[in-house]
Ligand binder design. Structure first.
Ligand SMILES: [Fe+2]
Ligand SMILES: [Fe+2]
Length: 380
């Protein structure tokens, strides 16, 4: 093969053409009028390990890409990407000798869902700006005791949202980037939770300078999620059962809060939560199909968590009472009876939702009912 460089020197970019020519042909004859072409070509060939006689270049036996490997395909997700593919883009040609990174969450069976790309695109399109999406100046006409109840509920929501941010974020740091869509989805999910923390904090501060109570029992419940090292179990407890239950709670606030601002923060957070639940369900449904024994491990995890939390009070009385008062809208007996009934409806609705999601993971009705009843009384 003949490669004509015209007057382009090797120090002016001609190496690009020489490399391309050598990739296509094992022997090339170079032509050109650059003054130091022969000298430069000999030096470059020595450095690259190619043979060089005059202006005839022979591709060297030392081939940098000899041990290189294709990191799956652009749309081909492999079951067990090796650690040395590391941060390489899926589908890239990875040169041998790249460092192996510590990426223990690297099994397709554990993490993958075909829905991840669609859910990520949906999430990216549905991002909302807290500054403009919420009617922060909407009138607040309810009494001081109802406002206190809202602040208590917000205080509770914030710590739950914090767990919902940190638990997936910790797994994100261990996830093999080969599963790009899952990585992107977990990242945008963390951004969703960051926004939820922001808007619930802003709502709590509208009329108050102090937040409500954070209970030891509530934190114990969340700590049991925080400490869970297994991705499937953590997703199951957090996304399917916890965020699933929270969906009902956020819908309750959206429908029953006395002011437009609280209703809107709850409505927008619920929209995001629905995606978080959908991903948890999607990857676990796929996982249990490939590994039916996982169901037993998930059931055991609920039982274990229930036993570990048996000594705690579960949902704190402050949050329960605050939800009653929020739904009542006033401290009169008739209003409180209505509010109390509404909260009991909420608890039943949460249970029905959990049973439905457990059924989607292949649990029979009786098992689903038993497991749902064992779910933490703290909701998340
Ligand atoms: Fe959230
Ligand atoms: Fe969430």
């Amino acid at each position: 093969m003949i490669l004509d460089l015209a007057d382009l020197g090797l120090d002016e970019g001609a190496t690009v053409l020489v490399k391309r020519a050598l990739a296509a042909s094992p022997v090339i004859t170079v032509r050109g009028t650059a003054p130091t072409l022969a000298l430069d070509l000999a030096a470059w060939c020595r450095a690259q390990g190619h043979g060089c006689a005059g202006l005839v270049v022979t591709r060297g036996p030392f081939d940098r890409l000899g041990g290189a490997e294709r990191a799956g395909g652009l749309d081909e997700v492999v079951a067990h990407p090796p650690a040395w593919w590391g941060l390489a883009a899926r589908g890239a040609l990875v040169e041998a000798g790249a460092p192996a990174l510590d990426l223990p969450l690297a099994g397709k069976r554990e993490v993958w869902a075909d829905e991840a790309a669609r859910l990520y695109a949906q999430a990216a399109a549905a991002q909302w700006d807290p500054a403009t999406a919420i009617p922060w100046d909407a009138p607040i006409a309810h009494g001081a005791e109802v406002e206190d109840a809202i602040v208590q509920v917000m205080t509770y929501l914030i710590e739950n949202e914090t767990a919902a941010l940190l638990v997936p974020a910790r797994f994100l740091g261990k996830l093999h980037p080969h599963f790009r869509e899952v990585m992107q989805l977990l990242a945008i999910q963390a951004a969703d939770e960051a926004r939820h923390i922001e808007v619930f904090t802003r709502r709590a501060r509208l009329r108050r300078t102090e937040l409500g109570l954070s209970t030891a029992g509530g934190q114990a419940s969340l700590a049991s999620l925080f400490d869970e090292p297994d991705f499937a179990i953590a997703s199951f407890l957090l996304a399917v059962l916890g965020e699933g239950s929270f969906l009902a709670l956020l819908h309750f606030l959206r429908d029953r809060a006395p002011d437009a601002c609280t209703r809107e923060v709850a409505r927008l957070a619920a929209q995001d939560e629905a995606r978080h639940v959908a991903f948890g369900l999607a990857h676990l449904a796929r996982h249990v199909t490939e590994e039916p024994a996982l169901r037993g491990r998930l059931a055991a995890a609920i039982e274990r968590r229930h036993a570990a939390l048996a000594h705690t009070a579960g949902l704190n009385a402050e949050v329960f009472d605050a939800l009653v008062l929020l739904a009542a809208g006033a401290l009169t007996p008739a209003a409180l009876r209505r509010g109390h009934a509404a909260v009991l409806d909420l608890v039943r609705e949460m249970d029905a939702g959990r049973r439905g999601r457990l059924a989607r993971l292949g649990f029979d009705q009786a098992t689903a009912a038993t497991l749902s009843a064992l779910h933490t009384r703290n909701f998340m």
